[in-house]
Write a protein that binds this ligand. Structure first.
Ligand code: UD1
Length: 450
C-alpha cells in the first residue's frame, strides 16, 4: 500500500502529551526527578559539550565509509547518543566510546534495516537513510519518533531521494528505499521548506551519488557546516556550506577521518539564560558566540552583559537589575532557534513588562506553558504566539517534563523560583544535556537528582 508521506504522522502515532512513553525510562529505579531550590546566583565555569544535533549525524556519516571515523568532543553520555550507538551496532558497525572520544567502523555493516524499536526513540535516526542508500543501494528505515512537539513528517527527505532516482515505498511504518542500478544520481533539489534533517540526509546521500547534486533552500545551521566539513575530510566534494545552496560533486568512495564535534550552541544558550535569570557571572568554556548571534542579540536587549574571551563566553548580570521583556520569533538559522524558545520563555516569565514569543517551526511547542504557569508565570497562548507577562516572583512546584527543551526550561525556572521545584521525568533532559546537575551545581545552584 502507498501511504502519503505528508500525512504519515497522525496524532495516534505520536505519544500523547500526558503519556509520552516514547523514551520511557528503562531503569525504573534510577532517579527520575530533579529537585531545585531557587535563589542562588550562578558563579563559575561551565564546560560546553559537543553538539548532540551534530554528533548524531556524524555517527550516521560513518556509514558512508569502510574506514575508521574518530570523533573528539563527542557527547557520549547522552541518551540519544546511546540510542544512535545501539542502532549503528545493530547495523553491524564497531563502536568504541571513551570519555568524549568515539571511534566507529562501518566496514562490517551487514544489516540494512533500521528497526522500529530503536528508531522510535529518537528522530535523529532517520539520518541513516541517506548514507545506507548511497553506499549499499538499499535501506529499510522505520518512520522515526522524537520529541512530541508536533507532527514531524519526513516527506521532504523521501521526495528528494526520489529525485535522485531512488524508488521508495512506505509500508507497515517502514520506508523501503532502493537506489537505481549504478547508484543514486545527482539531481537539482529545491526543498519547499527549510529542513535541517532533510538537508543533512541529502548532503550525505549526494557525496556518493553519480554526478552533481545541488541542494537549494538548504538549511544553514552550524551543525550542517560541521557535518559537511567532516564529509570533506572523508574525501567528499562540497561547496556552499553555510549558504542556502549547497553543491556536491559525487565521488566513488569516502575514507575514514578524524573530527572534533562543534560545541553545542543550544546547551550554550541554555546556560546563558540560566546565568541571566539567576544573576552572577558564568564563563562558558569552549562555546562559539558566532553561532548564537540571534540569541545573543535578544539577551543583550533584556539587559544582560556578554563578553568573549577566546573560545569562552562570559555572561553576567548586575545585581539588582531587573531584566526587560522582549519579543521573540523562532526562524531557521541564522534566526532565533526554536530549540531555545522554551528557555527564553522561562526567562521572560520573570522579566519586567511583557514579551511575545512566536513559534514558526513546530506547531506544538508550547507544552512548557502550563507547567511554567503552575510555577506562577503569567503566560497565555494564542495560536502560534504566547504572551508572557513578567511576574516579580516564580514559586517552586511539582512539574512534568514533556520534551527535551521544555524540560530544561522548567529547571531554569526552578533556579529562580521561591522554594523547591521538583521536575519529573528527567530522562528527557538526559537525551540532550550532559551532567546538567553537575554543571549547574558546580556554579552554586542548589540542584540534585532524586
Ligand atoms: C532538527 C533538530 C531539532 C530542531 C530542528 C529545527 C536534530 C536531531 N533535531 O530537527 O532539535 O528543533 O532541527 O531547528 O538535529 N518538515 C517537513 N517535512 C520534512 C522534514 C521537516 O514538513 O520532511 C518540517 C518539520 O515538521 C518542521 C520543519 O520542517 O516543521 C523543520 O524541521 P527540521 O528542520 O527538519 O527539523 P529536524 O531536522 O527534525
Amino acid at each position: 500500500m502507498q501511504i502519503d508521506p505528508a500525512n504519515i504522522w497522525d496524532k495516534e502515532a505520536l505519544p500523547s502529551q500526558g503519556s509520552n512513553d516514547m523514551n520511557a525510562n528503562p531503569k525504573a529505579s534510577a532517579p527520575d526527578k530533579i529537585k531545585v531550590i531557587g535563589g542562588n546566583p550562578l558563579h563559575g565555569t561551565i564546560p560546553i559539550s559537543g553538539a548532540k544535533n551534530c554528533a548524531l549525524k556524524l555517527m550516521c556519516a560513518s556509514l558512508l565509509t569502510e574506514g575508521d571515523m574518530h570523533f573528539e568532543n563527542s557527547p557520549n553520555s547522552l541518551r540519544d547518543m546511546k540510542s544512535q550507538t545501539e542502532l549503528l551496532e545493530y547495523l553491524g558497525c564497531k563502536i568504541t566510546a571513551r570519555g568524549s572520544s568515539m571511534t566507529i567502523n562501518a566496514g562490517g555493516v551487514n544489516e540494512l534495516t533500521a528497526p522500529y524499536d530503536i528508531v522510535r526513540k529518537m528522530r535523529g535516526s532517520i539520518l541513516v537513510l541517506g548514507p545506507l542508500l548511497a553506499r549499499f543501494g538499499e535501506a529499510r528505515v522505520s518512520l522515526p519518533g522524537g520529541c512530541a512537539i508536533g507532527t514531524r513528517p519526513v516527506d521532504m527527505h523521501i521526495k528528494a531521494l526520489e529525485e535522485m532516482g531512488a524508488e521508495i515505498v512506505l509500508d507497515e511504518g517502514y520506508i523501503n528505499a532502493r537506489a537505481p542500478q549504478g547508484g543514486l544520481q545527482g539531481a537539482k533539489i529545491l526543498f519547499p521548506k527549510v529542513s535541517v534533517g532533510a538537508t543533512e540526509n541529502l548532503l550525505m546521500a549526494a557525496t556518493l551519488a553519480k554526478g552533481t547534486t545541488i541542494l537549494a533552500n538548504a538549511a544553514r545551521e552550524p551543525e550542517i557546516i560541521d557535518l559537511g566539513e567532516c564529509l570533506i575530510k572523508m574525501g567528499a566534494k562540497i561547496e556552499g556550506l553555510g549558504t542556502d545552496t549547497i553543491r556536491i560533486e559525487g565521488v566513488s568512495s569516502l575514507n575514514g577521518a578524524n573530527h572534533s564535534v562543534v560545541p553545542d550552541r543550544i546547551e550554550t544558550g541554555t546556560y546563558m539564560v540560566a546565568a541571566a535569570m539567576t544573576g552572577g557571572s558564568v564563563r562558558l568554556q569552549n562555546a562559539r558566540l558566532e553561532h548564537l548571534s540571534a540569541a545573543v542579540g535578544h539577551l543583550a536587549q533584556t539587559g544582560v552583559e556578554l563578553d568573549q574571551d577566546g573560545q569562552d563566553i562570559i555572561i553576567s548580570r548586575e545585581t539588582g537589575l531587573r531584566l526587560q521583556g522582549i519579543d521573540i520569533m523562532t526562524e531557521p538559522h541564522p534566526g532565533f532557534p526554536t530549540d531555545l524558545q522554551a528557555q527564553f520563555m522561562a526567562m521572560l516569565a520573570m522579566c519586567e513588562g511583557a514579551g511575545m514569543v512566536t513559534e514558526t517551526i513546530f506547531e506544538n511547542r508550547f507544552m512548557h506553558v502550563p507547567e511554567l504557569n503552575r510555577m506562577g508565570a503569567n503566560i497565555t497562548v494564542h495560536g502560534h504566539s504566547a504572551i508572557v507577562r513578567g511576574v516579580s516572583k516564580l514559586k517552586g512546584a511539582e512539574v512534568m517534563a514533556t520534551d527535551l527543551r521544555a524540560s530544561v526550561a522548567l529547571v531554569l525556572a526552578g533556579l529562580v523560583a521561591e522554594g523547591e521545584t521538583t521536575i519529573n521525568r528527567i530522562y528527557h533532559l538526559e537525551r540532550g544535556y550532559e551532567d546538567i546537575v553537575g554543571k549547574l551545581g558546580g556554579c552554586g545552584a542548589n540542584i540534585r537528582k532524586a
